[in-house]
Design a protein around this ligand. Structure first.
Ligand SMILES: [Zn+2]
Ligand SMILES: [Zn+2]
Length: 278
């Protein structure tokens, strides 16, 4: 399984779009991993996990062949995770010539919850009138596994918003298993019950709160608690890798600074462009 982190920042970007705070200034001056686009991961070059408003710049920065993406799996409807306009550009033939004989996808399958579904059809109605054959939507339900581009995804229930059933995902392929857990605060017990005894090779966690307490996103304290719960449920061992993502300037630390704190707990900070082969 190949995971390519395209963005590892929170909704405001890092440095944040309009922000002049000390942390954003330090991030800007230091550059490199301290620059974080809005969160998204490309899996096996074929599956896009969330549509970031930075998708276009991610394509340019990392040389992505997005015509080959077959599936889009969405965590929730917040703008930093489901940029409807970027997705709808895939639908209109005059915006988008696809070479099917060179690996281009005929119809992209989009998977997500009911709120994302409403946004999807709003986008189709507004932007694609009559050209929607390039995109199809499939609503997915909590704890019900589905297959997308040769991988198995199981939506678990995030703790992120009261007005939307947001998902985190268990992702499985070829004996490898990943927990992709953002955006979320500490998750409910029933999620752990659903994955009891399943071994995870990688746990990717929301750490938007950094050294601050969780508030719809996790911070390091909630990350440590999630690791403890996963140990309790027999889901992880010494070979499991932990990556933190969806990082925000709000806790007062840049990537380089927070990476030192995270390292004390055995966690690594993901960065834009990071490629993992499991
Ligand atoms: Zn977010
Ligand atoms: Zn800032």
């Amino acid at each position: 399984m190949k995971l390519h982190y395209l963005g590892t920042g929170a909704s405001e970007g890092f440095p944040a779009v309009y922000c002049e705070c000390d942390v954003c200034e330090r991030a800007l001056q230091s550059g490199g991993n301290n620059i974080k686009r809005r969160s998204s991961v490309l899996i096996n070059d074929r599956i896009l996990m969330d549509v970031s408003p930075d998708l276009y710049m991610q394509k340019l920065k990392f040389g992505l062949q997005l015509a080959r993406v077959e599936s889009v799996v969405v965590t929730h409807a917040d703008e930093d995770h489901f940029d409807v306009f970027s997705l709808m550009l895939r639908g209109k033939p005059n915006y988008c010539t696809i070479h099917y004989d060179r690996g281009g996808t005929r119809q992209v399958q989009v998977y997500g919850n009911q709120t994302v579904e409403s946004l999807f059809y709003w986008g189709v109605k507004k932007k694609l009138r009559g050209y929607q054959e390039q995109l199809a939507y499939q609503r997915v339900e909590p704890f019900r596994a589905f297959e997308a581009s040769g991988m198995v995804f199981t939506p678990l229930i995030a703790n992120h918003r009261v007005d939307e059933l947001c998902y985190i995902y268990m992702i499985e392929q070829g004996g490898k298993r990943v927990l992709y857990a953002n955006d979320t605060d500490a998750i409910e017990e029933r999620n752990y019950e659903a994955i009891r005894g399943l071994h995870f090779d990688l746990v990717s966690m929301d750490c938007a709160r950094g050294i601050l307490p969780g508030d719809g996103h996790m911070g390091l304290a909630e990350n440590v608690e999630m690791k403890r719960k996963l140990e309790q449920y027999g889901c992880v061992n010494e070979n499991t890798r932990y990556l933190l993502t969806h990082i925000s300037h709000m806790c007062g630390m840049t990537h380089d600074e927070l990476a030192i704190e995270a390292g004390k707990y055995g966690f690594e900070l993901a960065y834009d462009g990071l490629i993992l082969e499991l």
